[in-house]
Design a protein around this ligand. Structure first.
Ligand SMILES: *[C@@H]1O[C@H](CO)[C@@H](O)[C@H](O)[C@H]1NC(C)=O
Ligand SMILES: *[C@@H]1O[C@H](CO)[C@@H](O)[C@H](O)[C@H]1NC(C)=O
Length: 443
């Protein structure tokens, strides 16, 4: 009952139609509670000017400092009024709500020369694209809890084109900044915000728990490099729902660290729910990996609708990764116009350095892909495990890529499992006419 009331309250809070909410009985609502803050301040109280030209870095830092040191019980809401609020990167703090009014834009400065650098993530050992440290995310949080980023669908704009051009020209000195990164943090809600033109990955919760991301729109040009939508990384209990994402890389990619650094840090992603997502990209709709060294377990993906995608569902890892990928369920997926429906591969992604252990082979076990429909899918899929670590209990059930016109069949190797009601006909490795414990038509 309490749970129902909380859900109902959240429905009103998010201004969505009541009926809609009641029919969608499963939501993230139980994971983290939305809060009203008794204390409200505005960025204008700190000298902020929303004219799109004035640099507001100092105002943001002052406002956050005030929340950190003078907040009342129950926390503080930082109100961002309509306007364009240009700023350098800043840190969030605990017990705060960053609230963007309708037509409020928090816009990142393009002055890359003064962008702060921070240490590499321990589970990566270095920046993801350049050795050494990395640029701090535009909006950053480390070791914080009870944080909400929400409002009336205002925009967080990374103005990433300067960074994309540095990447294209090979002139990047360090790894590009994420738009938002939260490290070692818990009880986070990100809802009703639009993210635009991230320099690199958009939303990166890493070493976090209890994270809810819903009613979020993420946009970047289809050719903007590495603009992943949401990358839950070595995190526990992450729920992503009701989002629209159209970017230049994977829409959602669940990760857990890179080769020997990820193996040593040993922090899995566990309990990840992704549902009611729509989007397009020339990369993957939903990805697991390719950084999977801490392990990825108990992932549920459901009700995803993709149009114009490179690969619908992509599970990717590599030798040197180690880690266990287990209990992944992907169900009720629709894709229109895809280069490839499903890909499972053990040879994807680069290595941080040549110190990776070639004997650290990933284990992939228990992957259920069911109720998947595609139209205009050029190739149904490929599933290639590793010779010395075959991927096991791979289940394809009730899959129809009716529009496979070029007739490129499934390609498989070093995998075992079952396939039930799959069209076009699955590869012999998976052919099975009856259900098994881990693979049936109904479950
Ligand atoms: C923001 O956080 C980073 C990383 O935790 C830290 O290095 C930096 O000093 C912080 N900046 C401010 C202005 O507090
Ligand atoms: C904000 O965007 C979400 C997701 O697209 C949508 O459901 C909601 O109605 C919008 N809210 C407002 C106040 O515009």
């Amino acid at each position: 009952m309490t749970r129902f009331l909380v859900a109902l309250f959240l429905c009103f809070w998010a201004f969505s139609p009541l009926l809609n909410c009641m029919s969608a009985e499963i939501t993230c609502a139980g994971t983290v509670r939305m809060r009203n803050r008794p204390d409200v301040i505005s960025i204008s109280d700190f000298g902020g000017v929303g004219d799109g030209r004035t640099l507001n870095t100092y105002a943001f830092r002052e406002a956050i400092y005030r929340i950190e040191h003078l907040s009342r019980k129950g926390g503080t809401l930082l109100y961002i009024p309509p306007g364009i609020w240009l700023t350098g990167s800043f840190n969030l703090t605990s017990h705060m709500t960053l609230y963007l009014a309708k037509d409020a834009v928090i816009r990142a400065t393009q002055d890359t020369s003064s962008w702060p650098l921070i240490a590499p993530l321990p589970s990566y050992g270095r920046g993801r694209e350049r050795p050494g440290g990395r640029y701090m995310s535009f909006i950053h949080g480390d070791g914080i809890h009870d944080v909400i980023i929400t409002g009336e669908n205002g925009t967080i704009d990374g103005q990433g084109d300067v960074w994309w051009n540095m990447w294209r020209q090979g002139s990047l000195q360090f790894t590009r900044p994420n738009l938002i990164e939260l490290m070692h943090s818990r009880d986070i809600i990100i809802s009703n915000v639009v993210f635009r033109n991230s320099p690199f990955w958009n939303i990166h919760p890493v070493y976090c728990s209890n994270v809810v991301i819903r009613y979020v729109t993420i946009l970047a040009p289809y050719d903007s490099p590495n603009t992943d939508g949401i990358d839950p990384d070595s995190s526990l209990n992450v729920c992503i729902e009701d989002c629209y994402i159209a970017t230049g890389d994977d829409l959602v990619a669940v990760k857990s660290g890179w080769d020997e650094y990820g193996i040593a840090y040993n922090r899995p992603s566990y309990g990840i729910t992704i549902r009611r997502l729509r989007g397009s990209t020339s990369f993957a709709g939903i990805a697991i990996g390719s950084e999977t060294s801490g392990g990825i377990e108990n992932v549920l993906v459901e009700n995803v609708s993709l149009s114009n995608v490179g690969i619908g569902i992509h599970l990717k890892t590599n030798i040197g990764r180690g880690g266990i990928i287990r209990n992944i369920t992907v169900t009720d997926i629709y894709m229109d116009n895809a280069r490839k429906g499903i890909r499972i591969a053990g040879d994807v992604g680069d290595h941080p350095d040549n110190k990776f252990n070639p004997n650290a082979l990933p284990i992939v076990d228990g992957v259920v892909l069911k109720n998947i429909w595609g139209s205009n899918v050029q190739q149904a899929g490929s599933m290639q495990g590793l010779k010395n670590s075959p991927f096991t209990r791979i289940c394809l059930s009730n899959i129809n890529f009716g529009g496979v016109s070029s007739g490129i069949p499934w390609k498989c190797g070093d995998i075992t499992g079952a396939a039930l009601r799959v069209s076009p006909s699955p590869c012999p490795e998976l052919t099975s006419t009856h259900g098994t414990g881990f693979c049936s038509v109904s479950s």
